[in-house]
Write a protein of this length. Structure first.
Length: 177
Protein backbone atom coordinates (compact mmCIF):
# COMPACT_ATOMS: atom_id res chain seq x y z
CA UNK A 1 0.00 0.00 0.00
CA UNK A 2 2.88 2.38 0.78
CA UNK A 3 4.32 1.83 -2.71
CA UNK A 4 0.95 2.61 -4.33
CA UNK A 5 0.68 5.75 -2.21
CA UNK A 6 4.11 6.89 -3.35
CA UNK A 7 3.16 6.22 -6.98
CA UNK A 8 -0.04 8.24 -6.54
CA UNK A 9 1.83 11.17 -5.01
CA UNK A 10 4.43 11.10 -7.77
CA UNK A 11 1.61 11.06 -10.30
CA UNK A 12 -0.13 14.04 -8.67
CA UNK A 13 3.06 16.07 -8.11
CA UNK A 14 3.37 17.31 -11.72
CA UNK A 15 -0.23 18.41 -11.61
CA UNK A 16 0.30 20.37 -8.41
CA UNK A 17 3.33 22.04 -10.02
CA UNK A 18 1.30 22.99 -13.10
CA UNK A 19 -1.45 24.40 -10.92
CA UNK A 20 1.00 26.78 -9.29
CA UNK A 21 2.78 27.81 -12.51
CA UNK A 22 2.28 31.16 -14.23
CA UNK A 23 3.41 29.72 -17.57
CA UNK A 24 0.54 29.88 -20.06
CA UNK A 25 1.74 26.76 -21.83
CA UNK A 26 1.54 24.84 -18.59
CA UNK A 27 -1.99 26.11 -18.00
CA UNK A 28 -3.30 25.04 -21.43
CA UNK A 29 -5.70 22.15 -21.48
CA UNK A 30 -5.28 19.00 -23.50
CA UNK A 31 -8.06 17.11 -25.18
CA UNK A 32 -7.05 13.51 -24.61
CA UNK A 33 -9.79 10.91 -24.79
CA UNK A 34 -8.69 8.83 -21.79
CA UNK A 35 -7.57 10.05 -18.36
CA UNK A 36 -3.89 9.53 -17.64
CA UNK A 37 -2.02 9.07 -14.38
CA UNK A 38 -0.91 12.53 -13.27
CA UNK A 39 -3.74 14.15 -15.24
CA UNK A 40 -6.86 13.74 -13.07
CA UNK A 41 -10.29 14.43 -14.45
CA UNK A 42 -11.46 16.95 -13.31
CA UNK A 43 -8.17 18.69 -12.53
CA UNK A 44 -7.20 19.16 -8.89
CA UNK A 45 -7.94 22.74 -7.73
CA UNK A 46 -5.08 25.22 -8.00
CA UNK A 47 -5.03 26.07 -4.29
CA UNK A 48 -5.03 22.50 -2.97
CA UNK A 49 -2.73 21.52 -0.11
CA UNK A 50 0.52 20.01 -1.45
CA UNK A 51 0.83 17.47 1.36
CA UNK A 52 -2.37 15.43 1.63
CA UNK A 53 -4.08 14.62 4.89
CA UNK A 54 -4.84 11.06 5.95
CA UNK A 55 -7.90 9.30 7.38
CA UNK A 56 -8.61 10.42 10.93
CA UNK A 57 -7.15 13.92 10.47
CA UNK A 58 -9.59 16.67 11.43
CA UNK A 59 -8.93 19.41 8.90
CA UNK A 60 -10.11 23.03 8.92
CA UNK A 61 -10.81 24.22 5.38
CA UNK A 62 -11.86 27.77 6.17
CA UNK A 63 -15.29 27.93 7.81
CA UNK A 64 -15.70 24.15 7.77
CA UNK A 65 -13.92 21.18 9.37
CA UNK A 66 -13.84 17.79 7.66
CA UNK A 67 -12.73 14.39 8.89
CA UNK A 68 -12.80 11.07 7.03
CA UNK A 69 -12.65 7.52 8.32
CA UNK A 70 -10.62 4.58 7.07
CA UNK A 71 -12.14 3.31 3.80
CA UNK A 72 -13.59 -0.13 3.23
CA UNK A 73 -14.22 -2.02 -0.01
CA UNK A 74 -16.83 -4.64 -0.83
CA UNK A 75 -16.98 -7.41 -3.40
CA UNK A 76 -19.35 -5.34 -5.56
CA UNK A 77 -16.57 -2.77 -6.24
CA UNK A 78 -18.15 -0.38 -3.72
CA UNK A 79 -15.67 1.84 -1.92
CA UNK A 80 -16.93 3.71 1.15
CA UNK A 81 -15.84 5.65 4.22
CA UNK A 82 -17.37 7.89 6.88
CA UNK A 83 -17.19 11.65 6.45
CA UNK A 84 -17.97 14.29 9.06
CA UNK A 85 -18.49 17.91 8.02
CA UNK A 86 -18.70 20.53 10.79
CA UNK A 87 -19.85 24.07 10.08
CA UNK A 88 -17.78 26.87 11.56
CA UNK A 89 -19.77 29.50 9.69
CA UNK A 90 -22.20 31.98 11.21
CA UNK A 91 -24.48 31.59 8.17
CA UNK A 92 -26.03 28.42 6.73
CA UNK A 93 -24.42 26.97 3.61
CA UNK A 94 -25.29 24.13 1.25
CA UNK A 95 -22.95 21.34 0.23
CA UNK A 96 -23.48 19.31 -2.92
CA UNK A 97 -22.32 15.79 -3.88
CA UNK A 98 -20.25 17.27 -6.73
CA UNK A 99 -18.00 18.97 -4.14
CA UNK A 100 -16.70 15.59 -2.96
CA UNK A 101 -14.67 13.28 -5.22
CA UNK A 102 -12.66 10.08 -5.03
CA UNK A 103 -9.78 9.87 -7.50
CA UNK A 104 -8.30 6.58 -8.69
CA UNK A 105 -4.79 5.86 -10.02
CA UNK A 106 -6.04 5.92 -13.61
CA UNK A 107 -7.01 9.59 -13.25
CA UNK A 108 -10.76 9.09 -13.05
CA UNK A 109 -12.91 10.61 -10.34
CA UNK A 110 -16.20 9.57 -8.81
CA UNK A 111 -18.82 11.52 -6.87
CA UNK A 112 -20.79 9.89 -4.06
CA UNK A 113 -23.83 7.90 -5.03
CA UNK A 114 -26.76 6.43 -3.18
CA UNK A 115 -26.68 2.70 -2.61
CA UNK A 116 -29.16 0.13 -1.40
CA UNK A 117 -28.13 0.78 2.21
CA UNK A 118 -26.73 4.33 1.98
CA UNK A 119 -28.26 7.65 1.02
CA UNK A 120 -26.64 10.25 -1.27
CA UNK A 121 -23.78 11.90 0.59
CA UNK A 122 -23.42 15.67 0.44
CA UNK A 123 -26.85 16.96 -0.52
CA UNK A 124 -27.40 19.01 2.64
CA UNK A 125 -27.63 22.52 4.11
CA UNK A 126 -25.65 23.01 7.31
CA UNK A 127 -26.68 25.57 9.89
CA UNK A 128 -24.15 27.43 12.05
CA UNK A 129 -22.09 24.99 14.17
CA UNK A 130 -24.05 21.98 12.81
CA UNK A 131 -22.35 18.61 12.28
CA UNK A 132 -23.25 16.52 9.22
CA UNK A 133 -22.19 12.87 9.15
CA UNK A 134 -22.62 10.43 6.34
CA UNK A 135 -21.14 7.56 4.40
CA UNK A 136 -19.36 8.48 1.19
CA UNK A 137 -19.94 5.57 -1.15
CA UNK A 138 -18.88 5.06 -4.77
CA UNK A 139 -18.87 2.16 -7.17
CA UNK A 140 -15.55 1.93 -9.01
CA UNK A 141 -16.07 -0.17 -12.15
CA UNK A 142 -12.37 -0.34 -13.07
CA UNK A 143 -9.52 -2.21 -11.41
CA UNK A 144 -7.82 1.08 -10.59
CA UNK A 145 -7.23 1.65 -6.90
CA UNK A 146 -8.77 4.65 -5.09
CA UNK A 147 -6.00 6.97 -3.96
CA UNK A 148 -7.38 10.31 -2.90
CA UNK A 149 -10.49 12.01 -1.51
CA UNK A 150 -11.02 15.63 -2.51
CA UNK A 151 -13.38 18.04 -0.77
CA UNK A 152 -13.65 21.25 -2.78
CA UNK A 153 -15.96 23.64 -0.96
CA UNK A 154 -14.54 26.72 -2.67
CA UNK A 155 -17.71 27.19 -4.82
CA UNK A 156 -19.54 28.11 -1.59
CA UNK A 157 -17.47 31.25 -1.09
CA UNK A 158 -14.18 32.87 -0.12
CA UNK A 159 -14.10 31.32 3.34
CA UNK A 160 -14.05 27.71 2.11
CA UNK A 161 -11.03 25.90 0.68
CA UNK A 162 -10.30 22.58 -1.04
CA UNK A 163 -8.48 19.79 0.76
CA UNK A 164 -7.18 16.34 -0.20
CA UNK A 165 -6.83 13.16 1.84
CA UNK A 166 -4.78 10.14 0.82
CA UNK A 167 -6.39 6.83 1.76
CA UNK A 168 -3.29 5.17 3.22
CA UNK A 169 -3.58 5.78 7.00
CA UNK A 170 0.14 4.99 7.38
CA UNK A 171 1.25 7.62 4.86
CA UNK A 172 4.15 9.78 5.98
CA UNK A 173 5.29 12.54 3.63
CA UNK A 174 8.98 12.58 2.78
CA UNK A 175 10.75 15.70 3.95
CA UNK A 176 12.39 17.69 1.21
CA UNK A 177 15.95 18.83 1.79
Amino acid sequence: MKRRTLIALIALTPLLGVACSDDEAAMSTTTSAAPEVGNPDPPVPIDINTIPYKPGDLVALGDVKIQIGVPTSSEEDVFSFDVTVTSGSLEPFTIAPSMFLVYTLDGKSYIPEAGSTTEQFGDYTLQSEEVYQGVFSVKIPTDSEPVMFLADLSPIGDRYFPGAWIFDPNFTPETQE
